[in-house]
Design a protein around this ligand. Structure first.
Ligand code: MN
Length: 320
C-alpha cells in the first residue's frame, strides 16, 4: 500500500460527486470507487450503481452488489501489471447508486434508462454496477439511442438469457439478452462462456446472436478482431466465472472460467472501443469471503483504465 488507502478514506468522507442538478435527485449513497479526482463535468467515464434484484429467480441479494464492490476496491492497487498502466483518477467519477422504487420493475428500468441516457448524451462512457442482469436492458436502450445499430454487444455469462419470458414475465434477468436483441435488429450480440440455457434459447441464438458455448478466450480471440473500430458495449455477468472463484452470485453455474481467464478476457476487450459497460449479478451475501466482489472490483479497475484512456488499449495484448 502506498498511503493511498488512508487518503481514499478521507476523500470518500468529504467527497462530493458534483453531479449536475438534472441527475442529483436520482442518487443516494455517494460513490467513491478508487476516490476519483474528477468532477462529473470533466470525467470521461461515469460509474453508477443500480441496486436492483426484483426479478432474481433463485437467491436474491444483488441489490447489495454496488456497495460491496466499492468497499473492497479499497484493497486494490491503482496500477495494473496486465495493462502496464495506472488508473487515471482524473478520467472517471463515481456518482453513486440510483434511488430505485423497491419491487417496481418497470419504474426502476425507467430510472436507470433516464440516468444512463443522460450520461451517454453528455458524451460520457457509463460503467454500470448491478444489480441483477435486467439492468443491462435500459442501459442498452440508452446507449443505442446514441450509437444506433452500429453497436456490438459483448456478453460474458454462464446463462444465455435469451428466453422470451420467464414464469410469464417478459422483463426478467433470464430474458435480458432477448430484450436487448429486440431494441434494434442491427445490433450484433456476441455471447461467450454460455453453459446454461434451454433449447428455445439455443434456437433463437442460431438466428440472432453469435453464441460461443463454454469457452471464453479462444472464441474471443477469433471474434473480437472484427469488432475493432466499432462502438462496443460490454455486459459482464460475474457468473461466467466458476463458482469456485465467484460464489457470490444469485444463480451459480458450475464449469466456468477461472478468475485469471476472466481478467485475460477483460484485457483483450481493451483493444476495442468500449463506449459503455456493466458488471452485474454480484451478490455479496452469498460470499462471506468477499472474493467475488474483489474480482469484480479488479475487473472494474481494468475497464476504467481502458475506458478512461484509449491509449491504454495498445498494451492489452500483453495479458493474453
Ligand atoms: Mn448469468
Amino acid at each position: 500500500m502506498n498511503g493511498l488507502y488512508e487518503e481514499r478514506r478521507i476523500v470518500s468522507a468529504v467527497w462530493q460527486p458534483q453531479m449536475p442538478s438534472y441527475l442529483s435527485g436520482l442518487f443516494a449513497h455517494p460513490g467513491g470507487f478508487f476516490s476519483s479526482d474528477a468532477s462529473y463535468a470533466d470525467a470521461r467515464v461515469v460509474i453508477l450503481g443500480a441496486p436492483m434484484d426484483w426479478t432474481t429467480s433463485f437467491r436474491p441479494g444483488t441489490r447489495f452488489g454496488p456497495r460491496k464492490i466499492r468497499e473492497v476496491a479499497d484493497g486494490l492497487e491503482e496500477y495494473s501489471l496486465a495493462v502496464g498502466r495506472s488508473l487515471d483518477r482524473k478520467s472517471y467519477v463515481d456518482i453513486g447508486d440510483l434511488i430505485l422504487p423497491l419491487g417496481n420493475v418497470e419504474g426502476s428500468l425507467q430510472v436507470i434508462e433516464h440516468a444512463m441516457r443522460t450520461v451517454v448524451q453528455d458524451g460520457k462512457r457509463p460503467l454500470l454496477l448491478g444489480g441483477e442482469h435486467l439492468v443491462s436492458y435500459p442501459a442498452l436502450q440508452a446507449v443505442v439511442s446514441r450509437y444506433g445499430g452500429d453497436l456490438a454487444v459483448v456478453h460474458l455469462d454462464a446463462h444465455a438469457d435469451l428466453r422470451d419470458s420467464f414464469f410469464g414475465e417478459r422483463l426478467s434477468h433470464a430474458t435480458v439478452l432477448r430484450r436487448i436483441c429486440e431494441i434494434d435488429d442491427r445490433i450484433e450480440v456476441y455471447q461467450f462462456g454460455i453453459r446454461s440455457g434451454v433449447a428455445e434459447e439455443v434456437e433463437y441464438a442460431r438466428q440472432r446472436t453469435h453464441l460461443f458455448p463454454l469457452e471464453i478466450l479462444d472464441p474471443m480471440r477469433e471474434a473480437l478482431p472484427s469488432l475493432k473500430g466499432r462502438p462496443v458495449y460490454l455486459t459482464f455477468d460475474i457468473d461466467v466465472v466458476d463458482p469456485a472463484y465467484a460464489p457470490g452470485t444469485g444463480t451459480p453455474e458450475p464449469g466456468g472460467c477461472s478468475a485469471r481467464e476472466a481478467l485475460a478476457a477483460v484485457a483483450m476487450l481493451g483493444q476495442l472501443d468500449l463506449v459503455g459497460a456493466d458488471l452485474v449479478e454480484v451478490s455479496p451475501e452469498d460470499d462471506p469471503s468477499g472474493r467475488t466482489a474483489i474480482l469484480a472490483a479488479k475487473i472494474i479497475r481494468e475497464l476504467l483504465i481502458f475506458m478512461g484512456n484509449p491509449v491504454a488499449s495498445a498494451a492489452a495484448g500483453l495479458a493474453e
